[in-house]
Design a protein around this ligand. Structure first.
Ligand SMILES: Cc1ncc(COP(=O)(O)O)c(C=O)c1O
Length: 354
């Protein structure tokens, strides 16, 4: 059983507490819903959007990057139907079939699938790359805050070849728990970086499918558009109009919602650490990455045990590159359900230990 099968099962069975899917149980901001409703009167429903996205949305997305010191303009910003297709489009645009791509373990599973689909050669490492890791590689994918660990990389220790591509996945940019954290985008220090962001997480718009990227090169822009043109056409025009409202009105998660997520994250981290089950405290994102090696079960076996005995859906670490971990998402259910899930997990694990 893999993460996607578990997520599908949990979605179809309301008695399962779903800690597998990276969604939020907060409501969508009303101002975004109003904007989406307005598009019905404009009859956006029967129109394709431009392939690069609506110009005003490109401008707003560019502003979002500029706020972090990235050299973005509407002209080098592209809107896509979520960050996921933009990741594949970027790999397609920057490197050739057979080229090596460095991926840091544990990783977001779509990186491997995208490499497979595009005929690229993923090389998996479990830390920031060293000089020898970089000898043959054409691109490095960096994700921060990381899915699944919540780690935000310290780029000071990173030495890159100036000719290689970096694909910076900043899907969780807006979900950082330390209010004092000084955000650094790798694109501010490495020129050949394509930076990708999403409205799915920080704006709680996963179902609307809007992501955006900036590329430092016209040719990359052209190739990204070529890929999107072939595979998806354009991002949904209704969603784009709603996204304009989200960015214009600064309708990302409020500080109160981030504080709420921090509390849920602490609930999970404290629970596992008190049980003597190692897990790192995430700096951002929506997940806790839990070391289950002391139980002598593979990540799939643990996932099935929790599903069968406690009706809790988690994600097996195998899909993220490490079979001795599971991933728990703390944002998709209410705090009460999360507490209930942890209590039930304790029951299952205690019985298993005896
Ligand atoms: C690290 C990471 N990148 C990209 C995505 C894809 O985001 P989107 O919903 O915008 O396609 C996800 C979704 O879970 C993610 O975890």
């Amino acid at each position: 059983m893999d993460t996607q099968q578990i997520a599908a099962m949990a979605k179809n069975d309301p008695t399962i507490i779903n800690l597998a899917v990276g969604e939020m149980d907060f409501e969508t901001a009303p101002i975004i819903l109003e904007a989406a409703k307005g598009t019905l009167d404009e009859e956006q429903t029967r129109r394709y959007a431009p392939i690069y996205g609506f110009k005003d949305l490109r401008g707003l997305a560019a502003q979002d990057f500029q706020e972090d010191g990235l050299k973005a303009t509407p002209e080098n910003t592209i809107i896509g139907p979520g960050a996921k297709p933009l990741l594949s489009a970027t790999l397609f645009a920057t490197i050739k079939p057979g080229d090596e791509v460095l991926i840091i373990k544990p990783y977001y599973p779509s990186y491997l699938t995208a490499c497979k689909v595009l005929g690229l050669k993923p090389k998996i490492i479990d830390r920031l790359p060293t000089a020898s890791d970089l000898e043959k590689t054409k691109a490095l994918i960096l994700n921060y805050p990381s899915n699944p660990t919540g780690l935000i990389w310290d780029f000071e220790k990173l030495h890159l070849n100036k000719d290689m591509w970096v694909i910076a996945d900043e899907a969780y940019r807006k979900i950082v728990f330390n209010r004092q954290h000084q955000w650094t985008s790798i694109g501010t220090v490495h020129r050949k970086t394509v930076t990708i962001r999403s409205l799915s997480k920080g704006h709680n718009l996963a179902g609307w499918r809007i992501g955006y990227l900036i590329a430092p090169h016209k040719l990359v822009m052209k190739r990204v558009a070529e890929y999107l043109g072939a595979v998806v056409g354009c991002a949904c025009s209704i969603s784009q109009k709603a996204a304009i409202s989200a960015l214009k009105n600064g309708a990302s998660l409020s500080q109160g919602q981030i504080d709420d997520l921090r509390q849920r994250k602490n609930l999970v981290v404290d629970f596992f650490q008190e049980q003597g089950i190692p897990c790192a405290n995430p700096a951002g994102g929506l997940y806790v990455w839990i070391d289950i090696s002391q139980f002598g079960l593979s990540s799939c076996e643990m996932t099935i045990l929790l599903l069968e005995k406690a009706k809790i859906a988690v994600s097996p670490g195998r899909d993220y590159g490490d079979d001795s971990y599971i991933r728990i998402c703390f944002s998709a259910v209410s705090t009460e359900q999360l507490k209930d899930a942890l209590k039930k997990t304790e029951g299952v694990l205690t019985k298993w230990r005896i």
